[in-house]
Design a protein around this ligand. Sequence first.
Ligand code: NCD
Ligand code: ZN
Length: 361
Amino acid sequence: MKSMISLCIGLIKRIFILNSLSIIRPDDWHVHFRDHEALHYTVPATAMHFGRALVMPNLQPALTTISVVNAYYERILNALDKTVSFLPYMTLYLNENVLPDDLHHLRQYPHILGAKLYPAGATTNSNEGVHSIKKLYPLLEIMQTHDLVLQIHGEVTHGDIFDREARFIEEFLVPLTHDFPKLRIILEHISTQAAVEFVLQAPTTVAATITPHHLFYNRNQLLAGGLRPHYYCLPILKREHDQRALQQAAVSGNPKFFAGTDSAPHAKKLKENACGCAGIYSAPYALAMYAQLFDELDKIKQLNHFMSVFGAEFYHLSPNQDRIELIKKEQLIPTSLPFVNDDIIPIAAGTTLQWSIHEST
Ligand code: NCD
Ligand code: ZN
């Protein structure tokens, strides 16, 4: 009798609770693949779930010309299993030395979607970044003319680290959107309520990517009860109210917000270090984490557009043709993964996620 009752409860749960979900294959609009040997780890990890990804150009030396971006693009393609259908997209590393001619010709390379602005010193490998946004204005003019997308790491390099995103918006982004009303801009990996509010009131030329870690965590996970270097990234995790604002933006169904994991691998020894590197490695688990978050907020139906439609639309691309199946089934994130000659500690290492990915045929 008892077992009959539990069987019935199980059946009712199966009927009324969503246990699986099919979405259009998603894209990752912000990822770091690194280079050379690392590509054999990072490229397959992203290609496993994502149909396309926008690969960041912060190598050393930085990828500031079309020819070095194209050489890197080839190295990425070479690291890809030919049976997997995955398309990398590229962006040029923007600084005062970028040649105007390269921007004039960028449209001839449909796999290069725009250029990325890093304020000099703001994050990992940003030493070749921009010192004066005003000096970039002639290049931004060209980008606006050719309708190229400007991706921005939106943090100033002075003042309190928790205020750097909000200050960048006030000091640089507000003037920039006034001076270039037609320039399409993506404020990458937003981390604050201030950024959400800015994007909401900005013109439709402005959008933002949101990472799984800024949705899942706040600065307590990084700092309370011990310093956890694997939760250290830039922009740094902020306050709980910022996390909540990001969650609301992500599930809102507003096309200005879409997925960009900012999966940024650093070997374990570079993270567990007296001066640990900024960056969280999430590629293999990002999709399941986004799904769990949307499910917890009772907004799983919005996941498809956030993961697979809004970003493509912003980049004037069609959504992917195929689909991917998500199942509400637990998966344990390993405590460590192999990475080049070291290990890497993935996001949420050693914890259990509520969702898993099942490839549909
Ligand atoms: C990124 C990296 O390691 O390249 N680090 C990070 O903390 N997000 C750079 C970046 O996107 O800021
Ligand atoms: Zn990044």
